[in-house]
Design a protein around this ligand. Structure first.
Ligand code: RTP
Ligand code: MG
Length: 142
């Protein structure tokens, strides 16, 4: 396994529940380092562009409405096998199916309000990181 970067979002439900720190702690205890971070309130256009791969799906409008419903925290996570490691820490998309001890099992309320996003492949990670961050906003660990 090699050192990878992945794009993570703490979604509006988790920001509203005041669990940003607890979620960051899961990343750090799981062996991932936060190498870039920003809080922002996504516009409709930003959310639609970010989730463009889902634009034909029946849940697209609800997804965009939810992701623009309040502030999010967007971060780049770095570490050994970071893409899969982050997905493992997150748990299944539907919190009812998420394994005990995962972020979604512990903090998500529904399939829409599911606490976190994480890139699902190397290609997605590259696109998603560039969607939110310039190279000079990323501070790799030496
Ligand atoms: P994410 O992209 O947010 O990390 O989540 P994911 O990979 O686990 O799930 P994905 O298939 O990429 O779907 C993106 C988000 O859309 C919502 N969704 N709703 N109602 C539904 O059937 C449904 N399916 C997906 C979820 O909020 C999911 O996180
Ligand atoms: Mg996804």
């Amino acid at each position: 396994m090699s050192i990878e970067r992945t794009l993570s979002i703490v979604k509006p439900d988790a920001v509203a529940k005041n669990v940003i720190g607890e979620i960051y702690s899961r990343f750090e205890k799981g062996g991932l380092s936060i190498v870039a971070a920003k809080m922002m309130h996504l516009t409709q256009e930003q959310a639609e562009g970010f989730y463009a791969e889902h634009k034909e799906r029946p849940f697209f409008a609800d997804l965009v409405a939810f992701m623009t419903s309040g502030p999010v925290v967007v971060q780049v996570l770095e570490g050994e096998g970071a893409i899969k490691k982050n997905r493992d820490l997150m748990g299944a998309t539907n919190p009812k199916e998420a394994e005990a001890g995962t972020i979604r099992a512990d903090f998500a309320s529904s399939i829409d309000a599911n606490a976190v996003h994480g890139s699902d492949s190397a290609e997605s990670a590259e696109r998603e990181i560039a969607y939110f961050f310039n190279d000079n906003e990323i501070c790799p660990r030496g």
